[in-house]
Design a protein. Structure first.
Lengths: 262, 323, 359
């Protein structure tokens, strides 16, 4: 197993184990996410990568019966530490979900500002914030004339980019993306990948994906998750994306990235 | 750097309870309202029990098993068996009449009728559910009773040799037969809606599979749909039974209450209903008689609560998606 | 080869091949003839309508349908025909009963409709006073006040319970849900007895509008809570995750995301709750002291409501008072129909608004 150690580790998971009830689903995940890099989490269905990404901003504990051990450090601080409010964690570590989920009762503009309102913060210079966020998610040109229309009038791909913009408006330090393109067509997928590339200049990104070409296109490092024969999922290989795909150390990684299973 | 593996990972405590003040207040208030509903039910029971106590104490078990209500003696005798039995008889009669209607309606809406017709029938059932008891009672008294009396006479004429339809008094009005129909009209909607719910949640693939195997509509209905939905139908029927027991005003108009117990002479003008009895007697009851009526209320309340709880349990079990 | 096997196991040709004009004629005959024969025989022999319907028409229809069905499609046709005849029979029976109620109320009630009936109260009106004098205006006002107060108290409670059931992770949810379900079967007369024993016998309060309101509360609560719960449950989990993922506390998530999405459902819950209690009579008979005059104070004194007005006039059982009772029934029915239409209208909107169904 390769280990990638960078001095500026931004987000780090230490010995993460996850249970649902008594079922042990993830075992000893140690990953380091360096600042302003994109890390892809790949692996077959049910290997725990989506579960893992949810532990990184404490969405995991919203599932009844969820259990966890280990620590997640953001800038060296344990996000599960005593007195740390999960709400504050989620403000710093944003999340984009599998299915686009704009708030249907709000307009495009309100959706962008919803994060601030929902976390109880004051909105100053709203218009500017809306424009920057939409621009960074490269959807500004498509929606600038219809900011007050309901968000669900957008197409699926636009909705997902709106959701990204909504997260960006919160100015998170880390953005987690859980298969953001799995419900979208190739064209929209490409645009979202471009967006990821652009925003990764200023933030750390963790993306779960089933699409190996996507992982290669957008990420600098890749972690391969695998759950074998009823054992809890674990990280089989973790390293620079190029190494994982072209020179994998573990034969199972080799099989997976070359499409032999999964 | 070697991977540190700990022998037994220690689980961390996750935040399950809300930590923010706003959330605490939010959940505090909503939990409060939920607990209030428990308190409400308990309060109903407590207040009725306090008032009912003198009657229970004096009559003992005879309150439920005896058949005499006599205010000419001191202290008066209060026994409600004919009313209790009458309530149950009416409820069962209502259920027997209502269940076939409900299943037919549900089947028609969910499986048989084309969309527009199904929609109209749904509307019809919902509308029936929305009709107040007192309006049904008014209709029952002036419109339905005369018609149903005719039916009762016919039944007695042709099937009078059956004990069910025997009638020695020659008086066919205000009988359990008529009241049973009224009860059926009142409970058809609830049974229909539960049955429909179960039907609509049924796995369409299962039904298609039965059809693909060459099953006819009828065999699909009897061999697949009914057995799969039976839990829900039983639960819905129990809910209907609970409603039937509590039906008050409509029965009040169309049933002649009598402590001379009527076991099963459906067309005789004698019947019983706890709820209607309470309504009829409370207005000019003495303090002690009032206590007896409260006791009758307690009996009614506990019976319906148990039936409803059981019904809810069965219906919920028949709908695994609820969990 | 395959065709040979198919031919052997299915000797009859496929049913759709038989849809020719002869068969259409047969089916039409099967659906028209029994009714015609039954009607003719009933009229000619002067039989009772019920006999004509139950003893003649239903068996005839059954025989005809099953016969034709069996002739066309063998056993499978017979069974299906029987199923359809029974289904349609029971549906028509319910439809007839319901329309009989509606027709009766409209027919008798409309005869009573005049401005004085709606606008005046019943002071100085005796059971034999001409129908042109006196009305139920005071009862309408009383009902609005009593039901209004119940709504005011119950709706927040019901919504609270619904939030507890859908948004919290408390372990008591299943119990509360069962309890609410059982409460919806609470006999209305018991609810009346409760307030009677808790407030009136104990002299906390005389019979007044408020005691009536409180007696209606346990009846309205389960309806509001249940329908609200359904409405909140329809809001996709995705939206809740999205809001929480943006760092929203639960209460803001609920107020800004879930509540707006469930708005129409909650309005429906309130309307259905009102419909549930607007004609409720038994509890009011035990807790409210009807008056002939107008009373706008629900905290004290006699007050009339629509259901008690209806019941009272019916109990007087003079021709005139029964007429007034029908009039009151029409007003109650009218209110129920308005609420009913409103909920339909809102429900229709809701379907447009909510995103497509989950898998």
């Amino acid at each position: 197993m390769t280990q990638l150690i960078t001095p500026q580790a931004h987000l780090r998971s230490e010995d993460i184990n996850v249970w649902f009830g008594e079922r042990h689903v993830l075992s000893d995940v140690n990953l380091t996410f360096p600042e302003n890099q994109v890390t892809a989490l790949i692996g077959p269905s049910g290997c725990g990568k989506s579960t893992f990404i949810r532990t990184l901003n404490r969405m995991h504990e919203l599932i009844p019966g969820a259990g966890l051990s280990g620590a997640v450090l953001l800038d060296g601080q344990d996000i599960y530490g005593d007195g740390v409010n999960p709400v504050d964690v989620r403000i710093k570590i944003g999340m984009v979900f599998q299915k686009p989920n704009p708030f249907p009762t709000m307009s495009i503009k309100e959706n962008i500002l919803s994060g601030l309102k929902l976390s109880g913060r004051k909105v100053t210079n709203a218009d500017e914030l809306v424009e920057t966020s939409l621009r960074r998610a490269s959807i500004w040109n498509e929606v600038k004339d219809r900011l007050n229309e309901p968000a669900i009038s957008l197409s699926g791909g636009q909705q997902q980019r709106l959701c990204i913009a909504r997260s960006l408006a919160m100015e998170p330090q880390v953005l987690l993306m859980d298969e953001p393109c799995s419900a979208l067509d190739p064209g929209s997928t490409r645009r979202i990948e471009e967006t990821i590339e652009e925003i990764s200049e200023s933030m750390t990104i963790v993306i779960v994906t089933h699409n190996m070409q996507q992982a290669q296109r957008v990420s600098q490092q890749t972690a391969f998750f695998l759950a074998e024969d009823g054992n809890p999922g674990t990280v089989v290989e973790f390293g620079a994306t190029e190494d994982v795909f072209n020179r994998p150390i573990d034969p199972r990684t080799n099989d997976y990235v070359n499409g032999h299973f999964g | 750097m070697p991977v540190e593996t700990k022998p037994a990972p220690q689980r961390r405590r996750l935040t399950v309870k809300p930590t923010l003040l706003g959330d605490r207040i939010f959940f505090g208030i909503t939990t409060g309202t939920a607990y209030f509903s428990i308190v409400l039910v308990v309060l109903v029971l407590i207040f009725l029990m306090i008032r009912a106590w003198p009657a229970f104490q004096h009559e003992g078990i005879g309150f439920i098993t005896g058949s005499k209500w006599d205010d000419s003696v001191q202290p008066m005798i209060m026994q409600i068996f004919p009313m209790l039995y009458g309530s149950i008889l009416l409820a069962i009669l209502g259920v027997i009449l209502a269940v076939p209607m409900a299943i037919a309606l549900a089947y028609l809406i969910e499986f048989l009728a084309p969309k527009p017709i199904a929609r109209v029938v749904t509307l019809l059932v919902d509308l029936l559910a929305a009709l107040p008891s007192v309006v049904i009672g008014l209709w029952g008294l002036f419109v339905f009773s005369p018609v149903a009396e005719g039916w009762a006479k016919l039944l007695n004429h042709y099937l009078g040799w059956l004990p069910l339809f025997a009638n020695t008094s020659g008086n066919f009005s205000r009988s359990p037969f008529i009241a049973g129909w009224i009860v059926a009209v009142m409970i058809v909607p609830i049974i229909t809606s539960v049955t429909r719910e179960i039907f609509s949640q049924m796995d369409r693939d299962l039904i298609n599979a039965a059809k693909a195997l060459g099953g006819s509509m009828a065999s699909t209905f009897t061999k697949v749909i009914l057995p799969t939905a039976s839990g829900g139908i039983v639960g819905g029927t129990l809910l209907g039974l609970g409603r039937a027991l509590g039906e008050t005003v409509a029965i009040f108009f169309v049933l002649n209450l009598s402590f001379d117990i009527n076991w099963a002479d459906l067309t005789e003008a004698r019947g019983g209903s706890i709820a209607s009895m309470i309504l009829g007697k409370l207005g000019n009851a003495s303090d002690y008689e009032r206590s007896g009526l409260m006791a009758a209320g307690v009996v009614l309340f506990i019976t319906t609560l148990l039936i409803n709880f059981l019904a809810g349990y069965i219906v919920n079990r028949a709908q695994p998606w609820r969990k | 080869m395959a065709q040979v096997i198919a031919a052997k196991t299915r000797p009859t040709s496929a049913p759709w091949k038989r849809r020719n004009s002869r068969n259409i004629l047969l089916v039409t005959l099967a659906s028209v003839l029994p009714a015609a024969v039954a009607a003719a025989v009933t009229v000619l022999l002067g039989l009772d309508g019920a006999i004509g319907l139950l003893v003649l028409f239903v068996p005839l229809q059954l025989i005809a349908s099953v016969g034709i069905g069996g002739y066309l499609f063998k056993k499978r046709g017979r069974q299906d025909a029987a199923l359809i005849v029974f289904t349609v029979f029971f549906t028509v029976l319910v439809a007839v009963l319901l329309s009989s109620v509606l027709v009766a109320v409209f027919e008798a009630g409309l005869r009573m409709m005049r401005w004085s009936f709606i606008s005046q109260n019943a002071t100085y009106i005796s059971p034999t006073t001409s129908l042109d004098y006196g009305g139920l205006g005071h009862a309408v006002l009383g009902s609005i006040l009593v039901v209004g107060f119940t709504t005011l108290v119950t709706v927040p409670l019901g919504i609270g319970v619904a939030i507890y059931l859908t948004e919290s992770r408390a372990s008591g949810r299943n119990f509360i849900r069962s309890l609410i379900q059982s409460m919806s079967g609470l006999p209305s007369v018991v609810s009346g007895l409760f307030i009677y024993s808790a407030m009136i016998v104990t002299h906390w309060s005389g019979q007044s509008g408020i005691t009536g309101s409180l007696a209606l509360m346990p009846l309205m609560l389960p309806t509001v809570a249940r329908v609200c719960e359904e409405a909140l449950r329809l809001v996709p989990t995705d939206l809740r995750s999205a809001a929480l993922g943006l760092g929203a506390p639960n209460y803001r998530m609920f107020l800004q995301v879930v509540l707006p999405a469930a708005k129409s459902g909650i309005v429906t819950a309130v309307l259905l709750g009102v419909a549930r209690i607007i004609g409720e009579t038994a509890p009011l008979l035990l807790t409210v002291n009807p008056s002939a005059g107008t009373n706008l104070n629900i905290f004290a004194g006699q007050i009339e409501t629509l259901p008690t007005y209806l019941f009272g006039n019916l109990s007087l059982s003079t021709d005139y008072s029964v007429q007034r009772a029908w009039g009151a029934a029409l007003i109650v029915l009218f209110l129920v129909l308005i609420i009913f239409t409103l909920t339909r209208a809102i429900g229709g909107n809701k379907q447009l608004k909510t995103p497509k169904k989950r898998k």
